[in-house]
Design a binder for this molecule. Structure first.
Ligand SMILES: Cc1cc2nc3c(=O)[nH]c(=O)nc-3n(C[C@H](O)[C@H](O)[C@H](O)COP(=O)(O)O)c2cc1C
Length: 290
């Protein structure tokens, strides 16, 4: 890193990221494949795949579809379940210097609380990201769309963890600032914004939706200006740290999020195009960018 390379980011409750550039949830799994391709430990954080109480097989294929300037996904939270993450995956993170932030999803408050409780004694876990914004499972948006429900969930999780709790916000709402304020008031240490936008692609030969569930989540450069507007609204609404995510492809598009008030960023879909993208973003940022 150069002399002017970006420095650490304090997200609260003892979670300090060594630099502001992380890998977005669901686009780097649990890090094990990417670790073989890039120097993952140079990055600021790995936000894991959404992890649930029980293992999930995910949605039927096809689960992804290319769109203009982006992609739709409908993975459906395929993951091995929180017990496997705690007992099988976490030991493999021992010795990694990149902070591991486990992204948690669930269908009820009890499921979220269970997952966070299982991870509480696991020393390799640096923080929790609560996914209240998955558009690809039946109850995925229940907590993310209603400020009161979001606050109820965060308060329950807050009661069972000393760790930094980041809440991942959905852009598929009327007023994202209202949800951000509600989770801040309920005890969230930070928020990340945004998850994917609900989208649909038609198979032109058949006239049917390409994705079996009809819709999926849109990500990639197509959403960057939308995500930027949402992040700016969130930054204006809360006093806790905001992590910007959505359509980042290079240092310039990451810097936009820092300009509107985010303190850190996540790189998602662009990693599929080039696994080095997050490192290139990091190398292109300077300490005076934020
Ligand atoms: C294939 C795929 C899987 C994803 N899985 C998750 C997930 O499990 N939990 C989550 O909070 N976000 C998930 N996301 C959303 C990303 O973390 C990110 O918020 C979104 O893709 C926007 O960023 P991007 O345009 O840089 O990809 C997923 C995105 C993609 C493309």
């Amino acid at each position: 890193m150069t002399e002017n390379a970006p420095g650490s980011v304090d997200l609260g409750r003892g979670l300090t990221l060594p630099n502001p550039v992380g890998l977005a949830s669901g686009t780097a799994g649990y890090g094990f494949e990417l670790e073989q391709l890039i120097d993952i430990n140079r990055l600021g954080a790995l936000y894991t795949k959404g992890t649930t109480m029980d293992a999930r097989a995910g949605n039927p294929p096809p689960r992804v579809a290319e769109t203009g300037g982006g992609m739709l996904n409908s993975i459906g939270l395929q993951n091995p379940g929180v017990d496997s993450v705690a007992t099988t995956y976490a030991p493999r993170w021992t010795g990694w210097s990149i902070p591991i932030i486990v992204n948690i999803a669930g269908g009820s408050v009890d499921e979220y609380v269970h997952c966070v409780s299982v991870l509480e004694p696991v020393s390799e876990v640096a923080g929790i990201e609560l996914n209240i914004s998955c558009p690809n499972i039946a109850q995925g948006l229940d907590f993310g769309r209603d400020p009161a429900e979001a606050a109820r969930l965060v308060a329950a999780v807050r009661a069972v963890t000393q760790r930094c709790v980041i809440v991942k916000l959905s852009p598929n709402v009327t007023d994202i600032a209202a949800v951000a304020r509600a989770v801040e008031d309920a005890g969230a240490d930070a928020v990340s914004a945004v998850n994917t936008y609900i989208g649909r692609k038609i198979h032109r030969a058949t006239g049917r939706s390409v994705l079996p569930l009809g819709t999926g989540g849109l990500s990639g450069p197509a959403i960057q200006p939308l995500a930027l507007a949402a992040v700016a609204a969130v930054c204006a609404a809360v006093h806790i740290p905001v992590i910007g995510v959505g359509g980042i492809i290079d240092a310039a598009s990451a810097r936009d999020f820092l300009i509107v008030g985010a303190c850190a960023v996540q790189v998602g879909t662009a990693t599929f195009v080039n696994p080095e993208t997050a490192l290139q973003v990091l190398d292109g940022l300077r300490v005076d960018d934020y």
